[in-house]
Write a protein that binds this ligand. Structure first.
Ligand SMILES: *[C@@H]1O[C@H](CO)[C@@H](O)[C@H](O)[C@H]1NC(C)=O
Ligand SMILES: *[C@@H]1O[C@H](CO)[C@@H](O)[C@H](O)[C@H]1NC(C)=O
Ligand SMILES: *[C@@H]1O[C@H](CO)[C@@H](O)[C@H](O)[C@H]1NC(C)=O
Length: 393
């Protein structure tokens, strides 16, 4: 019990470990983001948070008072008075080592995101309310950020805050597991038709029906199956050693320059022989193509595009494939063109790694098991929210 769990959660630890399933709303296009409604505080108030496997800290735009807050669906969070002091292990998890708080009774944090956005605030504890799959409702007190100074990044979403699902100590996934409520496992299932669900705990999926790979920790603090080779139309491309991270906080997929260049060249070569032409008048995404008539759905264009895959392996022996069929890398724009949902990462400052974003995770169950340090995936119907099962220990 690192973080001083309440007596009720100590009790539940002895009885059973359960899981939490939360519905997700939104889509990759046209909305551009997903969100999860959560209840926080006493009395509970609703907030819409960005489910982000690419960061740890959960924070809410906060009336501390707010210096810079962005437009949000709900009134600003009123901070609880339960400040987390500097000496708390949770504080060490959000502050870099060189950082020294001026005030030992409070823990200042600053998180920066890959898109240039940031949140500055103070850590506190407050109740978050969850229905568990064992039928109980629990309100553990969790360390969250009261963000009173936000700078929106290039892919800013109009939400109340971020739900940090990373593997660090400060993540609510780690905190819930430290309190004995769930296993230190998180996952998501995003539907290509919008919506889906996230879950915390290990009772929501059938692990025997998924492909598992070791989660690499040496190269990045993000969820990463390690290095991959890019496969195009079931053939190797020669593009190897792509460090890949899975980031639900990113709507699109990003390849670093070389892989991006190779992909665009291969697509251009193959589309040259079809009726698709560059759609230079469509600025939905950097690369779009138009047909003879506007397209209505990916089904109309699937035949022109080949499947992609990332091939992960250990010691040079490529083992597990992560398939990216056309519907997981294309969108149909409002103008009826088909656009490439894989973007040039180098252009946005991502030199060293490649991000698998929401578009390439749709209709798949993705599981990040922090206890076994493995990542698993498998195709799934994400519209059907499972009930989960309670397992008595
Ligand atoms: C738990 O489920 C009940 C019944 O569906 C719902 O009314 C309530 O808002 C849920 N509570 C939380 C914390 O999600
Ligand atoms: C994962 O790592 C373990 C030990 O580091 C190794 O024995 C195992 O073969 C690896 N599994 C896969 C699927 O690569
Ligand atoms: C990707 O972006 C980088 C940096 O802006 C640029 O130099 C490179 O030419 C771009 N690659 C492609 C294929 O557009």
């Amino acid at each position: 019990m690192l973080f001083g769990a309440s007596s009720s959660s100590v009790y539940s630890h002895r009885i059973m470990v359960s899981s939490i399933i939360l519905p997700v709303y939104g889509n990759v296009y046209p909305r551009g983001f997903y969100y999860v409604p959560v209840l926080v505080g006493d009395p509970p108030r609703p907030y819409f948070l960005d489910p982000d496997t690419g960061s740890d800290l959960t924070w809410l735009q906060c009336d501390a008072p707010c210096v810079r807050c962005t437009r949000a669906p709900h009134p600003l969070y009123k901070p609880s008075s339960d400040l987390i002091p500097c000496r708390d292990p949770l504080c060490a998890a959000v502050q870099p080592e060189y950082y020294r708080s001026e005030t030992p009774e409070q823990c200042d944090y600053e998180v920066e995101y890959a898109d240039g956005g940031s949140s500055l605030g103070v850590l506190l504890r407050d109740a978050m309310h969850f229905n568990l799959t064992n039928g109980l409702t629990q309100s553990p007190r969790l360390g969250i950020g009261c963000g009173y100074d936000q700078i929106p990044g290039s892919s800013h979403h109009p939400l109340d805050g971020v739900l940090g699902l990373g593997k660090g100590k400060a993540s609510i996934v780690s905190q819930l597991s430290d309190q004995g409520l769930t296993r230190n496992v998180v996952g998501h299932c995003l539907s290509a038709r919008g919506g889906g669900y996230i879950f915390i705990g290990d009772q929501v999926y059938d692990s025997s029906r998924m492909v598992w790979t070791n989660s690499s920790s040496g190269y990045t603090k993000h969820y990463s199956p390690g290095f991959a080779e890019l496969v195009y139309g079931r053939r190797t491309t020669g593009v190897e050693n792509l460090l890949v991270i899975f980031d639900s906080g990113s709507s699109y997929t990003y390849f670093a320059s070389e892989a991006y260049h190779t992909l665009v060249s291969l697509l251009t070569r193959d589309l040259h022989r079809t009726s698709l032409k560059d759609a230079t008048d469509d600025d939905t995404l950097p690369v779009c193509w138009k047909g003879r008539r506007p397209f209505k759905s990916i089904r109309d264009v699937k035949k022109y595009f080949k499947p992609l895959a990332l091939s992960f392996g250990d010691g040079g022996r490529y083992a597990s494939h992560y398939d990216i069929p056309p519907e997981n890398y294309l969108i149909i724009s409002m103008k009826g063109n088909v656009c490439l949902g894989i973007l040039n990462g180098t252009e946005v400052g991502l030199q060293n790694y490649n991000i698998i974003g929401d578009i390439s995770m749709q209709d798949k169950m993705i599981v990040y098991d922090n206890e076994k340090t493995m990542i698993g995936w498998g195709s799934a119907n994400c519209e059907k929210i499972p009930k989960g099962k309670a397992v008595a220990l």
